[in-house]
Ligand binder design. Structure first.
Ligand code: TXA
Ligand code: MG
Length: 309
């Protein structure tokens, strides 16, 4: 059921979470499917509803930096600097997990992924529930992430409650950075641009093949992911378009889904556009490949994964 995030909606959502159930909620990136991070049964319900592979660990959402530090065995200076600059915001930090904190879903070899979401409703929910919330994107595993409450309902009709916070402003998942080593390492390109991160860290280690989908530095980076129902084809040049195909591009073209030529605006609309094309029932989605520049890295990453068969 979709519920407004007023006082009553937030109270009901917090009650469900404290009782070990799951709730979908808006964040600035995509909608998350939240559960008590310390409850093994609640976390298991996330995996069941999403049909998520058991090897893929979850991000834990907290309301402030002290709550994040409580989950960590150590909190390097660079984590402090990144948190001060970008939290609340679309950055996830992977740190060593504190001994008293249980594994959140999949085994991670002693690390934990944490972020503070920059969304009023998410922050109010965290405050009302009073517990860290494990939350992956609120969609079936491998399919397109939800940027609206109705996307969540369509993908996961069995979720008892979805807080409606309107469309997600970033529209693409957080950037995931591992700060357990000497040099911070990118695990997943995402909403926060790499140049912003380098402004703080100086160096940032990149997996060589981060953009082509063959690397799997983070367990969640499986090759096929973020996929619509239709077959997705990435092409540098769009020529002949079959009748049962839809087109997604960033340059004017009649009959096509035309997104912005600005990478941030494009990312904000991408998943909604893929949902719309799927709703039209097309067999194929032909996507004009975005430029090979770093600003487009996260978008290229998601599109190449969606295209992988
Ligand atoms: O923007 C987001 O990050 C959204 C919203 C809801 O916060 N969440 C999200 O979660 O995208 P999910 O589960 O779809 O992706 C989590 C990513 C996966 O690639 C997973 O493998 C990685 O984070 N991850 C989680 N814990 C990790 C860990 N301990 N070490 C390395 N990667 C980890
Ligand atoms: Mg996901």
């Amino acid at each position: 059921m979709i519920v407004l995030p007023d006082a009553d909606g937030l109270r009901r959502a917090a009650e469900l979470l404290r009782a070990g159930s799951v709730v979908a909620f808006p964040t600035e990136t995509v909608y998350g499917l939240g559960a008590d991070a310390f409850s093994e049964a609640a976390v298991a319900e996330i995996y069941r509803l999403k049909n998520r592979p058991s090897w893929n660990p979850l991000i834990v959402h907290v309301a402030d930096v002290p709550a994040a530090r409580k989950l960590a065995a150590s909190w390097p200076a660079v984590a402090d600097e990144l948190a001060a600059r970008f939290w609340p915001g679309p950055l996830t930090l992977v740190v060593r997990r504190a001994d008293h904190v249980p594994e959140v879903g999949a085994k991670t070899g002693g690390t934990i992924a944490i972020r503070i979401p920059a969304h009023e409703v998410a922050l109010k929910l965290l405050e009302a529930a009073g517990i860290p919330l494990a939350a992956p994107s609120a969609n079936k595993s491998e399919s397109i992430s939800p940027t609206t409450a109705s996307h969540v309902m369509r993908s996961l009709p069995d979720v008892p409650l979805v807080l409606d916070g309107g469309p997600a402003s970033w529209g693409i998942e957080s950037t995931v950075v591992d700060v357990t080593g000497a040099v911070p390492r990118l695990l997943r390109p995402g909403a926060l641009p790499l140049r912003d991160i380098r402004d703080v860290t100086g160096k940032l280690q990149l997996p060589d093949d981060v953009a082509d989908g063959s690397a799997r530095p983070s367990p969640g980076m499986s090759k096929r992911h973020y996929a619509p129902r239709a077959r997705l084809v990435l092409t540098p040049e769009i020529s002949d378009v079959p009748d049962n195909a839809g087109v997604l591009t960033y340059v004017d073209r009649p009959g096509a889904e035309v997104l912005s030529a600005d990478p941030r605006e494009y990312a904000a609309d991408l998943y909604a556009a893929l949902h719309r094309l799927d709703d039209r029932g097309v067999a194929t989605i032909i996507v004009q490949a975005p430029p090979e520049t770093e600003e487009w890295l996260a978008v290229r990453d998601r599109l190449s994964r969606a295209a992988a068969s």
